[in-house]
Design a protein around this ligand. Structure first.
Ligand code: PLP
Length: 397
């Protein structure tokens, strides 16, 4: 008998969305070696790490080189120095976290997939459409059934329980706010509706807050700002966009002590899972992440976020000028807009690449409801953003 494979992989598309975009861009560059390409597709940052973060990692690396300060295996769930900094950050939004509720990881993508280990495979999963493709793919790989709540112009790209177009009640509900790809953000009252819905039905919300650092004004940074969330939600967060850790890798997941299903603590299950399958995030990286919360670190990180916000403003100004419908850009590094001239998103992708040398991400790649929409990111350089928007304006005027 040969080894049996996970046949659910037969149900996921052959390549990951961004790998497909990268393939098409590589093909274009091969055919047009002299053409310049402006990348506004994948949500990767371009600003380097803050100086304070780099210094903290250099110091930590030096510690690792001396017997007296060397660190071997650390706690699987992360060092207290970083968890304490995160707790203080949450306290600024009025959220009290117990240190045992915070689990440091190597990033939000891993946790998005790994957290599913503590859920049975016969759970029904609700995913907004469009959304970050990892939610659908990770559940499909496990064989879970996924239903969708459509995000559209009518609901401001913020689906609510009434947008679930079936009588079935989902057991696991994904919410991503600020949303990737639409940039839309739930307010407190909308999140309260979801929290009440989840508590009433015993569902668990997986709240992806990877872009919370872009939130402005009175909008919620964390689902735990909402009363009742600690009995129905898990929050997944990342230093990737907050502090440019896309290549450095650090994130964290908050699993409340009060979250219980089937008489079992999800916090204890996640701890058990992590202790078994994860040996902690690198000490050096955790020192770097903790530096993000120091006064200098906060200042430097904010400068970078403001830089991206400036890019987003250039993009939304362009859309305003051209009268193109869009969401995002204000509380998010993403601008999600309707493809001009009724084009479909993959067709628009080709036009943008071939005619203007700009790479974006087709909305259809985030779900069927994204068919006529397109995502551009504010993570490019200022110069590239200005150049791209100038070309865009001239072409679509
Ligand atoms: N969640 C969302 C919504 C994202 O868009 C991304 C990355 O783009 C992630 C999670 C992954 O973040 P990380 O770099 O921490 O793995």
């Amino acid at each position: 008998m040969a080894a049996k494979i996970n046949s659910n992989f037969g149900n996921v598309s052959e390549s990951y969305l961004f790998a497909e975009v990268a393939r098409l861009v590589a093909e274009f560059q091969k055919a047009n070696p002299d053409r310049k390409v402006i990348r506004m597709g994948i949500g990767d940052v371009t600003r380097p790490l803050a100086k304070t973060v780099v210094k903290a990692m250099q110091d930590a690396a030096a510690e690792q080189g001396k017997t007296e300060t060397f660190h071997g295996y650390g706690p699987e769930q992360g060092y207290d120095f970083l968890k304490d900094s995160i707790r203080k950050y949450y306290a600024d939004y009025g959220v009290t976290l117990d240190p045992d509720e915070i689990f440091i990881s190597d990033g939000a993508k891993s946790d998005c997939g790994n957290i599913l280990n503590i859920f049975a495979e016969d759970n029904l999963v609700l995913v907004p459409d469009p959304v970050y493709p990892v939610y659908v793919d990770t559940n499909t790989m496990d064989g879970r059934r996924v239903i969708f709540a459509e995000a559209n112009e009518a609901n401001g790209f913020l689906p609510m329980p009434e947008d679930i177009k079936t009588d079935e009640v989902p057991d696991i509900i994904y919410l991503c706010s600020p949303n990737n790809p639409t940039g839309a953000v739930y307010d407190h009252s909308q999140l309260k509706v979801w929290v009440d819905y989840a508590n009433a039905h015993g569902s668990v919300i997986l709240f992806d807050a990877a872009y919370e650092c872009f939130v402005t004004g009175d909008m919620p940074h964390s689902i735990f700002e909402i009363e009742g969330a600690k009995t129905c939600a898990i929050e997944i967060c990342s230093f990737s966009k907050t502090a440019g850790f896309t290549g450095t890798r650090c994130g964290y997941t908050v699993v409340p002590l009060d979250l219980v299903r089937d008489g079992r603590s999800l916090n204890k299950m996640w701890l058990r899972r992590q202790c078994t399958k994860f040996n902690g995030t690198a000490y050096i990286v955790q020192r770097g992440a903790a530096a993000v919360f120091t006064p200098e670190g906060e200042k430097e990180v904010k400068e970078n976020i403001d830089y991206y916000r400036g890019n987003a403003k250039i993009m939304t100004d362009t859309m305003d000028k051209l009268g193109i419908f869009y969401t995002g850009g204000k509380n998010s590094p993403y601008v999600w807009f309707k493809c001009p001239n009724g084009m479909e998103s993959w067709e628009f992708f080709r036009v943008l690449l071939n005619e203007l040398g700009i790479v974006g991400t087709p909305g259809a790649g985030f779900g069927p409801a994204g068919k006529n929409f397109f995502r551009l990111t504010a993570f490019s350089t200022r110069e590239a953003t200005e150049e791209a928007m100038k070309k865009f304006c001239e072409y679509f005027r």
